[in-house]
Design a protein around this ligand. Structure first.
Ligand code: RAM
Length: 339
């Protein structure tokens, strides 16, 4: 009898432990992390979202990914408002404006929601930290050097950007302008910064406008994956390879044909899937209390390893994914199927 009682007690203990374990697993899955990305229909953004969702899910949490149809901040404010009402654990924003999200994000943080930006930053008061794809100054310096090289040291260049409020592009352009002041670049003349709004058609028509207005143009630098693909298409369609060069930040999958046909001899980028994936680990490190967004804090980002929070040029903090990577004829074949 005593043996039977013991067996029943042991069984009960095992069953209770199992249900507690199952319960905690279930609770974890009920914790929702949210991400508001720049816009749908942008292959770069889609890859960023895929990486972020995968990173949240592999940690056992629920991912809610949202993005407006076009890269406007008004639509992002509405999406954030809905997510605050849903009481998510964290909100990531790849922002379409540096300052405009501050009221809603401050409200979110006031309610205990962990807020951070990725890709395109919000101002330091609106975030706990920021996930930056690469050192912003380095991107600016690298793109100026590329334009100078492609122009053979002198000539007119233009920048084809995303929207005029895009904080990442604006920061890179500021660094480009600063770099262009150096004596080495005295022969380079920046004639215009055009905005294609990260929309394919608008980027094509802005490129056509540049060609019309500046017949002597030698190089178009597009620090946006949408802009560079549109500009390279116009140059290739018109057979202008060798006379006008396109460079900037592009997705290997979209740019391989233009790198091969010479419209864009080389360009730079980083892995957008990893930008999202790293951000997913920032979400959970913030909500677990492992980090608070202060300079010097460290955390683990799954398959990417360990990261340290550093000071950002805007006065806040950030986490740098890694250096920009160069793509050219020699290596584009191996990258075009990766991202
Ligand atoms: C576009 C977006 C994105 C930027 C890349 C380089 O797809 O503007 O924010 O990081 O280009």
């Amino acid at each position: 009898m005593r043996e039977t009682m013991k067996k029943i007690a042991a069984l009960w203990l095992v069953m209770t432990a199992a249900s507690v374990f199952a319960g905690s697993q279930q609770d974890k899955g009920e914790v929702r992390h949210a991400g508001v990305f720049r816009s749908l229909g942008n292959p770069y953004v889609e890859k960023e979202m895929i990486g972020w969702e995968a990173g949240i899910r592999e940690q056992g949490f629920t991912a809610i990914a949202r993005a407006p149809d076009t890269p406007t901040v008004e639509a992002q404010i509405q999406l954030v408002e809905q997510l605050v009402a849903q009481r998510v654990a964290s909100i990531a924003v790849a922002a379409n404006d540096f300052d405009a999200l501050q009221p809603v994000l401050a409200r979110a943080m006031g309610q205990g929601i962990k807020v951070y930006s990725l890709d395109a930053a919000v101002n330091p008061q609106s975030r706990m930290t920021h996930v930056n794809q690469a050192d912003s100054e380095k991107i600016g310096v690298t793109l100026v050097e590329a334009a100078w090289d492609l122009c053979g040291g002198s000539g007119d260049i233009a920048i084809l950007s995303a929207t005029s409020q895009a904080s990442n592009q604006n920061l890179w352009i500021d660094y480009m302008k600063k770099e262009l002041e150096k004596p080495k670049y005295s022969g380079i003349n920046l004639v215009k910064v055009a905005y294609g709004d990260d929309l394919r058609d608008k980027s094509v028509s802005e490129t056509e406008g540049l060609l019309l207005s500046y017949p002597g143009l030698k190089c178009i630098v597009a620090p946006t994956t949408v802009g560079i693909a549109a500009a390279a298409k116009v140059i290739a369609d018109r057979g202008l390879q060798g006379r006008i060069f396109v460079t900037g930040l592009g997705l290997p999958s979209e740019m391989a044909e233009y790198i091969d046909n010479g419209a864009c001899p080389y360009m730079y980028l980083w892995n957008p899937i990893d930008v999202g994936y790293l951000s997913a680990y920032v979400a959970t490190a913030l909500s677990d209390g492992k980090i608070s967004g202060r300079e010097g804090e460290q955390f683990n980002a799954g398959r990417l390893g360990s990261y340290t929070i550093v000071k950002a040029p805007d006065g806040g903090t950030e986490i740098l994914l890694g250096p920009p990577y160069r793509f050219d004829k020699a290596n584009i074949g191996e990258w075009k199927t990766v991202y």
